[in-house]
Write a protein that binds this ligand. Sequence first.
Ligand SMILES: [Zn+2]
Length: 416
Amino acid sequence: MVYQGGVFSAADVAVRKGAVEAVGEMIPPRPGDRIFDVSHCFLVPGFVDVHVHLREPGFLYKETIETGTRAAARGGYAAVCAMPNVTPAPDMLKNLKVQLDIIRKKAVVPVYPYGCITMGQRGKGQLADFSALAPYVCGFSDDGRGVQEEELMELAMLAVKKTGRLIAAHCEDESLLRGGYIHDGPYAREHGHRGICPESETAQVKRDLALAARTGCPYHVCHVSAKETVWAIREAKKAGVDVTCETAPHYLLLTDAELQEDGRFKMNPPIREKADQEALIEGILDGTIDMIVTDHAPHSDEEKAKGLEGSLMGVVGLECAFRVLYDRLVRGEKILSLEKLTELMSLNPRKRFSIPGGLEVGQRADITVIDPEKQGVIDPADFFSMGRATPFEGWETTGDIVLTMTGGSVVWKAKN
Ligand SMILES: [Zn+2]
């Protein structure tokens, strides 16, 4: 079944010279064609993850562009956008070129880097060189840090607007953190942990929504975790603000009631409560939330072995996001259709970040093939990623990616 124009229908797909040549019934093969019989599968436009940490240059012991993009291909992603918390930080063209050079040599799927908002990706100080970076980046972000001063964010929005790119903001008001490291909720209170309140996210989102309204800068909110944030973005969209947002599988599928004293349950923002989870689902269903990303953030085993308090923030997600989302939300609870999941993981991110490719005739052939019956267990030992920490470890899933094609090249194919 092939996804075209919003629906699935039975068809063959012919790919030639990197592009989709034809979609239709009984396309005759030509000599030399490679044929994949995937008649029991669903074909969707290749997924795009607009929030991935590839750690290179600078932190090769955590992940490399090669291992991270191999993981992406395994997970059905035909392209990814790489966050700028690397060294050197892509705050000027000279630094970005270091990263672009490695991408050119090593990336298994196309990587669209972000440029920094501030010099050194510090969330303060001087603004990055937006006009020089703009032709080579998918947007600007200081992900990992919120831009703390309102004035600086306003200047950034005014300047980024002129480049035609967008700002993707990690919203976190540091003055509200108070040493927190997991959600400020029942679990933190019962187990003596310091909590991160939802206001640290929502307050900065509200500030930025007002700035985006005033400046007209295209604005994207990273990893929405709190119900109040969903409500604020919903209102802003109604008011016509040019805003989109993302959430991640762990916020949709877990609550703080399921936390364990293990670093694989620690990320920023944190997994929140049932009411937040429900608001996120509602936000997805009514279009307030535009896309699902992984926030794939690998660390070494050692960095993740220090429990909830001592481990670094971040979990991996590229190789399990589709499996857990499909198994629980599409198959299990029937909250989403596969068509809707395709919008969230492929169409909407492509549209917002202007990433070419898909399944329509003439497009760059980015195709993800899903076997809806393939069963498995999420086992980090199988990951291509060097990161192993995922809260989904051990989950049994039905439905998996069996082939990923990007630009007509097969970059992942399951063995059986
Ligand atoms: Zn972030």
